[in-house]
Write a protein that binds this ligand. Structure first.
Ligand SMILES: NC(=O)c1ccc[n+]([C@@H]2O[C@H](COP(=O)([O-])OP(=O)(O)OC[C@H]3O[C@@H](n4cnc5c(N)ncnc54)[C@H](OP(=O)(O)O)[C@@H]3O)[C@@H](O)[C@H]2O)c1
Length: 392
């Protein structure tokens, strides 16, 4: 029986992870669950999975969580709060696997602590690898932590890599659905609304990653994530738009052979693979319905229309704290777009301006990463403020 700390249990990945744990309840049990503020759902999950510890990151919601447990006649488990609470949950000696599924740079601390404690880390929080890839990889070499990707593209690459030796790999090809604006004329993008941008054609996900999929920044972040996870230069990581989201990614080998991983678009598949890695077990995911697959299309992304792709490659080329700045500026820009403060087309403009203004610092120091993250958030907020002032 392996014991899991699930960071971000109330999110899209968190809920899918609990579905897998329920399916494999003879192998996995839950040691800890965490949420930021969704305490009603957290109490529902406590009633079913009976964790020993619960993390409520935003301490203002602890009383409401206790009330929600009492309302459900559920015993209140030990409650921890804030980043310190997450650190405690991810490094506890009772824990075998940490599923890192909080959203945004907030996932850095729990991921880093789990890697530093030598755990198996099932990584959904790509932002941690984007902002601190160098640090996490160096730390895992020292502690023996195993980082297994949950992102469907990286899980697919990991599975494809089993077909050959590392020296035989020519390039990785990450597939992208193309998002809701794949066929939208570029001149209309300035007027698209948050509601339109939140309508992802194939995946149901949290808000940030859904908007990142619409700008294709998600794919850019995934290129950076792949660079660190698979220790491969970003120039050898390509993007291919594949609207059907059936081929989850591919690996091209030096002999010209391309190995692809296909399946139903259901995150429970890569989550289960990460939890049972390197074993495969029957899963709750519906088999691919070949009758409904009429064609598989592939084409190169339009880099003019989606400038976030080039910004991500630029960041990894610059190295050090540049990817951290891209992630933080994007996080703020997405929030401001969702709040109606900037148009969709300003998301890459905010990131570009932040990258341009940033003085690079070491990417292997946690302090400089946290400082770059703070600086980029402030910069992005100021940029949006100036934009507003100029328009009024
Ligand atoms: N969804 C997908 O299919 C998918 C696929 C690949 C990778 N990912 C990655 O997985 C991660 C989670 O994505 P998601 O779609 O599951 O996001 P989501 O649905 O928005 O869920 C985010 C989770 O993080 C918690 N959270 C929010 N703010 C936090 C904070 N400051 N500190 C700690 N926890 C916080 C949320 O708690 P509350 O519910 O209380 O707000 C929730 O449990 C992201 O890094 C994303 O890029 C997602």
């Amino acid at each position: 029986m392996k014991r899991i700390s699930l960071i971000g249990s109330t999110g899209s990945i968190g809920k899918s992870t609990l579905s897998v744990v329920e399916h494999l309840s003879d192998r996995f049990s839950i040691f800890a669950l965490t949420a930021n503020s969704a305490v009603g759902l957290l109490a529902d999950q406590v009633a079913v999975f009976r964790p020993e510890v619960v993390g409520v990151t935003d301490a203002r919601h602890v009383d409401a969580f206790r009330r929600a447990c009492r309302d459900r006649s559920v015993a209140v488990p030990e409650v921890v709060t804030g980043p310190d609470g997450l650190r405690q949950i991810t490094s506890a000696p009772e824990v075998d696997i940490v599923v890192s599924a909080a959203v945004g740079a907030a996932g850095l601390w729990p991921t880093y602590t789990a890697v530093a404690a030598g755990k198996i880390v099932a990584l959904a929080n790509k932002e941690a690898m984007v902002v601190a890839g160098e640090l996490l990889c160096k730390t895992s070499e020292v502690t023996g932590a195993q980082i297994v990707p949950i992102d469907s593209e990286h899980s697919a690459v990991d599975q494809c890599l089993r077909a050959g030796a590392r020296g035989e790999v020519l390039r990785l090809i990450l597939t992208a659905s193309g998002g809701p604006f794949r066929e939208t004329p570029v001149e209309r993008l300035v007027r698209v609304t948050p509601e339109e941008a939140l309508k992802h054609p194939t995946w149901k996900m949290g808000k940030r990653i859904t908007i990142d999929s619409a700008t294709l920044m998600n794919k850019g972040l995934e290129v950076i994530e792949a660079r660190w996870l698979f220790d491969i230069p970003a120039q050898k990581v390509d993007i291919m738009v594949h609207p059907q989201s059936i081929v989850h990614s591919m690996v091209e080998f030096v002999d010209g052979s391309i190995v692809a991983q296909l399946g139903t678009a259901d995150m429970r598949q890569p989550i289960q693979y990460a939890l049972t890695y390197p074993e495969r077990l029957p899963s709750p995911v519906a088999p691919l319905d070949w009758g409904a697959v009429s064609r598989l299309e592939f084409h190169l992304p339009d880099r003019q229309k989606f400038p976030c792709i080039a910004l991500a490659y630029q960041a990894i080329e610059l190295g050090d704290t540049a990817p951290c700045v891209v992630n933080a500026a994007d996080e703020i820009a997405v929030e401001e777009f969702l709040n109606g403060n900037i148009p969709f087309t300003d998301i890459p403009n905010v990131i570009d301006a932040a990258l341009d203004a940033h003085d690079l610092q070491s990417g292997s120091s946690l302090d400089s990463i946290l400082e770059a993250d703070r600086w980029a958030r402030e910069f992005a907020k100021r940029w949006v403020g100036h934009r507003h002032a100029a328009q009024c």
